[in-house]
Design a protein around this ligand. Structure first.
Ligand code: ADP
Ligand code: MG
Length: 719
């Protein structure tokens, strides 16, 4: 018996080849298959007599095959399948290209329904490569058709899964599951918001009776996704509101002293965000705050003030960065900033561990570092080498064995930098005192469209740094055509001569192998770090110091290169996207990006944000070999806008939902992404979720909905 949870391998019509394809798309169960929704429909619902077909038109006809045979064209070695179809009004020629097997499927005397475009050849009009479907007799019902004679679903054809195959699989499944499909949406909600029930929606989204019904069905799916997302977020919020956190009192004197020690003045946006965070920390309820601010807006300082305040109350801080390079950079920056504040700072990554106190850094074993971390409270005296106040690190922080101190001290604040995550999971893993939850501050430069933030975060608190530090100059952004490459190199030479530094970003580490090039021809042109490095150091800039940086290098080597680049000893750094987030080298003034069409707009904006961080005029050169209109359009947006949030919305507009790289990183599946663009439904779904939870917070009366939530949580990691 088939049900929604049946694995796709158990469906007889799905062979091994297709199982593999489905697996690649993450389709494991019948449910996943049914939720693989069409992205558009072909309208073949109007069946016309063959005598009324006209050139250039999309038509659907029904008739009997009176003749069918394969022939080979002279010059091009293409196999043509030629057929003639007859209905009461006349005859129509049909041609298929390179599908010789068709003569095994379609025979003279068969009744068929055909849908396609009418074209012209010297011998007359013909129907060109139509979709076909055998029918038992001329009068068969439209409802039985799946490829022709109706609104025909067209699916995103990734992994070479054809729409034709999907229709062939889905239709019988829907018939079989007639009794099995239970609707998780409560009846009263469906009634109030005028939503189709699940069974009907599944039929109408795959095999709609009309465009209107297809739209209603799509709406219902959007609603359900948004509704479930809202429920998850709101319940998490309710759960958290019942938890207790450490109240960290505000140490105004220290905060002031720190701010005064900075070589610049905080922007108003920084001040406001800092204040909001410090206020949250005083409460006994766990803070759940997202600090959003464009690249270079100065989020780190805000986090450091919060951290310092926590340390001065004798609690600890965990500071998590996405990469080793960034963890290292934070470690050094923060060590420098807090040099005269008697704060003990630790660095824990998979590879190396350090500790710094009063500006003195020493290497330390992981074991020792962890001992210090735990022992902080036993050693109140501030002698060097005892205790850790701020532990900075990568994922290593949550990979087991990391224990913070015990009450009356312990971990009070978790800071996540550029994790593109909600932080729920990280906080849970770092939390060792079940009754005291650490406060959470998540920082991101990934712009999230407003509607998305509203739903994804529910009532999560948001601090926005919507103002750049004073004196930042606009970064000059230019598209560089292949013919202008030399000029660009000369420009770089001049910049280096006057003491500045340069980033060169390539999409790949290694050049594409011959095999890969055969597979995807365009890969031959994609520049690789290793190749560019060779070319630049040998031919273009033989007298400059050039180094490379990529993810497959050993971490001590990576760090050494980063160090030297920061210290100004390297002129040109050829790198992959490892430098994407957070890297701060104020002396770098040129960001040169190869193969820009391979990167998302948000990502390009991040790259660009690596320069223009100091007092010098900075430049971003976009190298493209692709004249594609979409690429140009996106690049134009990048040139005209400096605002990451506006760019994100532009990207969404140009590339469409589901491709928005920022949101992908937040773990939101495509369907929800598409839904989230619709403010109207976002608001209604939120309202419905709130109403339901106020009546039944545990969702006790809705077991199906509970199940759905569980499923959702497993798929979308609310990390
Ligand atoms: P992001 O928000 O991208 O993480 P950072 O925190 O790395 O940005 O800050 C970028 C640079 O700006 C750093 O070199 C930092 O010292 C500097 N900075 C931060 N705040 C200010 C300010 N108010 N005025 C001038 N420079 C600042
Ligand atoms: Mg940063």
């Amino acid at each position: 018996m088939v049900n929604l949870n049946t694995p796709v391998q158990k469906i007889p019509r799905i062979g091994v080849q297709y199982q593999k394809k489905l697996k690649k798309l993450g389709i494991q169960t019948v449910r996943d298959l049914l939720w693989h929704l069409p992205h558009r429909y072909e309208d073949f619902s109007n069946i016309i007599p063959v005598s009324e077909t006209k050139i250039g038109e999309n038509v659907c006809v029904k008739g009997e095959i009176t003749q069918i045979e394969n022939t080979r064209t002279w010059k091009k070695k293409i196999i043509l399948t030629r057929a003639i179809v007859k209905d009461t009004s006349g005859l129509l020629k049909v041609v298929w290209f390179n599908q010789p097997y068709l003569t095994n499927v379609l025979k003279t005397g068969d009744f068929v329904c055909l849908a396609g475009k009418i074209a012209q050849r010297p011998e007359g009009l013909y129907l060109s490569s139509p979709a076909y479907e055998k029918i038992s007799k001329i009068k068969s019902q439209a409802g039985d058709l799946i490829h022709t004679g109706r609104l025909v679903p067209v699916y995103p054809e990734t992994e070479r899964l054809s729409s034709r195959w999907l229709r062939y699989i889905l239709k019988p499944l829907l018939v079989q599951l007639r009794e099995e499909i239970q609707d998780p949406l409560p009846e009263e909600i469906k009634k109030e918001y005028k939503l189709l029930d699940l069974k009907k929606s599944l039929w109408q989204i795959h095999f709609p009776d009309s465009r209107k019904l297809a739209k209603k069905a799509a709406e219902r799916f959007s609603f359900e996704e948004l509704f479930v997302l809202s429920l998850v977020v709101l319940r998490e919020r309710m759960r958290l509101a019942r938890e207790k956190a450490i109240s960290v009192s505000l140490n105004l004197e220290v905060v002031k002293r720190f701010v005064d020690s900075l070589p610049f003045k905080l922007t108003n946006a920084q001040k406001k965000s800092t204040w909001q965070i410090l206020k949250d920390l005083e409460r006994e309820r766990p803070m759940n705050r997202l600090l959003e601010g464009d690249v270079g807006s100065g989020k780190t300082i805000v986090a450091v003030i919060a951290a310092l305040n926590v340390c001065k109350s004798n609690f600890q801080v965990a500071f998590m960065a996405p990469t080793e390079i960034l963890a290292n950079q934070h470690f050094q920056e923060i060590s420098k900033l807090l040099k005269s504040f008697k704060v003990k700072i630790g660095l824990l990554t998979g590879k190396e561990n350090k500790i710094c106190y009063r500006g003195r850094t020493t290497n330390i074993s992981r074991k020792k570092l962890l001992q210090k971390l735990k022992g902080k409270i036993d050693s109140h005296h501030q002698n060097f080498g005892v205790g850790v106040d701020i532990l900075i690190g990568t994922h290593a922080l949550i990979q087991g064995g990391v224990k913070f101190g015990l009450p009356p001290g312990g971990l009070a604040l978790v800071i996540l930098d550029e994790q593109h995550r909600f932080g729920v999971e990280q906080r849970a893993r770092l939390c060792q005192q079940p009754k005291l939850i650490p406060h959470l501050l998540s920082m991101t430069a990934t712009p999230i469209p407003r509607t998305l933030a509203l739903t994804v975060y529910g009532d999560l608190d948001l601090s926005l740094i919507d103002e750049m530090p004073k004196g930042r100059k606009k970064i000059i952004t230019r598209i560089v055509n292949p013919s202008e490459r030399k000029t660009a190199y000369n420009f770089i030479k001049k910049q280096v001569k006057s003491g500045r530094q340069v980033f060169v970003i390539c999409p790949r580490i290694e050049p594409a192998s011959a095999r890969e090039q055969n597979k995807v021809r365009s890969w031959a042109d994609v520049r690789a770090v290793k190749e560019e490095y060779k070319k630049l150091s040998k031919d273009i800039f033989p007298d400059l110091r050039i180094e490379m940086l990529h993810g497959r290098m050993k971490s001590d080597k990576k760090e050494k290169i980063m160090q030297e680049f920061k210290a100004g000893k390297i002129n040109v750094l050829v790198a992959t996207s490892v430098v994407e987030v957070g890297i701060d080298v104020p002396n770098a003034t040129v960001m040169m990006i190869e193969g820009v069409e391979r990167f998302g707009l948000a990502q390009l904006h991040q790259f660009r944000g690596r320069v223009g961080r100091g007092k010098y005029r900075s430049f971003c050169f976009l190298f493209t070999e692709s004249p594609a209109k979409k690429t140009r359009l996106r690049l134009k947006a990048l040139i005209s806008s400096e605002n990451g949030f506006k760019l994100a919305e532009k990207d969404l507009e140009i590339r469409g939902p589901g491709e928005f790289s920022g949101a992908r990183q937040w773990g939101i599946p495509d369907l929800q992404m598409a839904s989230l663009k619709n403010v109207f439904w976002v608001e209604r779904a939120r309202r419905a979720a709130k109403e339901l939870l106020s009546k039944d917070p545990g969702l006790k009366k809705y077991p199906l909905l509970q199940e759905r939530l569980k499923d959702f949580r497993e798929k979308v990691h609310l990390e």
